[in-house]
Write a protein that binds this ligand. Structure first.
Ligand SMILES: [Zn+2]
Length: 114
């Protein structure tokens, strides 16, 4: 596994954690909750307070992620929105983008591959 693949998988893992956080927040009717930073550092423990509406906005695209300000990695992603408490980044590095899109839990079963 190369470096880009490893970083993409770390981010996809944090995204999976946040999907479960969002599910339980919805269950408790919370309108905002603490999500984990979705940067590529596996040891990152930062939390960001994000509303569920904002979270849905990030999740609408399979290549966008939410990160703590300053945690964006300019070699693989670019900031498309700065919300103060957090930033939305879009994966622009090809291999990283492909991997995170492939691992997106909201894309359902891929038609091919295996
Ligand atoms: Zn981080």
């Amino acid at each position: 596994m190369n470096d880009h693949e490893r970083r993409a998988r770390t981010e996809a893992l944090f995204r999976d954690v946040n999907e479960r956080i969002a599910e339980s927040a919805e269950r408790f009717d919370a309108d905002r909750t603490e999500f984990v930073c979705e940067c590529s550092d596996p040891s990152c423990t930062h939390r960001v307070t994000v509303t569920l509406a904002e979270y849905e906005e990030v999740r609408a695209e399979p290549s966008t992620f939410l990160v703590t300000p300053g945690h964006e990695q300019e070699d693989i992603e670019r900031v498309i929105s700065d919300r103060g408490r957090f930033r939305i980044v879009d994966k622009v590095q090809q291999a990283v983008r492909r991997t995170v899109v492939r691992l997106d839990p909201r894309q359902g079963a891929a038609p091919s591959g295996g």
